[in-house]
Design a protein around this ligand. Structure first.
Ligand code: F3S
Length: 382
């Protein structure tokens, strides 16, 4: 891989963190056949929940001795930093989690604590990024047309500190071409479920999807998150909708899909959790509008909503009304990365990503429903 004189200098820097970060980027570049490093506009760091990284990860972060050169956003942590006690988090976990956040803040990362950094700072079409959170990667590539590989927490930090990433994979236009054409038959499809099924059926592909109805950006977010979780998808195109869908020839390989049935678990939810990925302002308003039909009733079970602190703060009035109906709106964390969900037995979600990860990571049973079904269930006794 060709390195500029400045990059060579960083590689042999006296600052061990800088030299190590360069080493990591060069090693990754060589493994994947990159010919050079390219500048990135931002990085997004995953592996933030203390529950995921443990003491080894915490020590590694605390040992970093350099500042980021480009904006670096941070994925959700294991707690709502203000309302952690209400989530049933103990003080030992809280203090370890806060040490993780302090270490990230010390290197100059922005404690956005969200998997939807694009609601805070939207990248532009064609921007090169080094993002790690799989759903954010899928959204940035597919819906925005920015370019990022699916980084690990460590390579995202290395890129943030150096300001560059190896040029391979989805940074190159030729690797962004669709590999399979998918025609969706059923106009009543649920986007999250579609993503879940596609991720399962065609893992690792770049699908060009023909949808039988228009979709919102939030629906594309849901679909991409599920595909990324289930099938490692980092890029999809939707014909006539996403920005690069018309740039390539239609692939020869084709499949049709008719989502009419889905075999969900059968259990009575003791928690309903929405906001995977984190809720947008529009989704918060949609939840309020659906819930208002049940007025003046209050929810009959625990219902947790997850969003970023910024979206929470921008929607104070909506949040206040939802909380009056009994919803709990948490920030900085989510039902998957927080250990708080493990105490429940059966969790109802509207997210194909949460459906994939909750049983594995939290040991809970999970049932799936649309946003309307989840809210209907929240106001009922079963
Ligand atoms: Fe975000 Fe947590 Fe889902 S990080 S995509 S809400 S698993």
């Amino acid at each position: 891989m060709h390195l500029t004189p400045e990059e060579e200098e960083l590689l042999s820097s006296d600052n061990e963190t800088v030299a190590k970060c360069m080493e990591i980027l060069v090693a990754i570049g060589e493994i994947y056949g990159a010919d050079r490093l390219i500048p990135v506009k931002s990085a997004q760091i995953s592996g933030v929940s203390y529950d995921n990284i443990g003491d080894a990860g915490l020590e590694w972060l605390e040992g970093l001795n350099a500042r980021v050169r480009v904006p670096a956003y941070v994925n959700p942590a294991g707690i709502d930093v203000k309302r952690w006690e209400e989530m049933g988090i103990d003080s030992e976990f809280y203090s370890k989690q806060m040490r993780v956040l302090k270490a990230l803040q010390r290197i100059g990362a922005e404690l956005s604590l969200t998997c939807t950094p694009y609601y805070l700072h939207t990248p532009s079409f064609g921007d090169h990024l080094a993002w790690a959170e799989s759903s954010a990667v899928c959204y940035a590539n597919s819906v925005i047309g920015a370019r990022t590989n699916r980084e690990s927490g460590i390579t995202a930090i290395a890129s943030a500190i150096i300001g560059k990433t190896p040029c391979y994979g989805l940074h190159l236009k030729e690797n962004r071409a669709p590999t399979i054409y998918v025609k969706v038959r059923n106009p009543n499809f649920n986007p999250s479920l579609l993503g879940y099924v596609l991720g399962d059926k065609i893992p690792g592909e770049v699908p060009l999807i023909n949808l039988p109805r228009t979709v919102t950006k939030d629906e594309l977010k849901q679909m991409g998150a599920a595909m990324a979780a289930k099938g490692n998808t980092a890029l999809f195109h939707v014909e006539g909708v996403t920005p690069e869908s018309g740039d390539f020839e239609r692939p020869k390989e084709k499949m049709e899909i008719d989502l009419t049935e889905f075999d969900s678990e059968k259990c009575v939810p003791d928690l309903i959790a929405l906001g995977c990925p984190h809720l947008s302002s529009e989704e918060l308003r949609e939840i309020l509008s659906i819930s208002s039909r049940f007025y003046p009733r209050k929810v009959r079970k625990e219902v947790w909503l997850f969003t970023s602190r910024k979206v929470y703060e921008e929607n104070h009035e909506v949040v206040r009304k939802l909380e009056r109906m009994g919803f709990k709106v948490f920030c900085d964390t989510c039902m998957v990365v927080s250990p708080s969900t493990s105490k429940y037995e059966c969790v109802m979600v509207n997210s194909g990503k949460a459906l994939t990860y909750l049983p594995k990571l939290r040991g809970v049973r999970v049932i799936f429903g649309s946003i309307k079904e989840c809210i209907g269930r929240a106001f009922s006794d079963d």
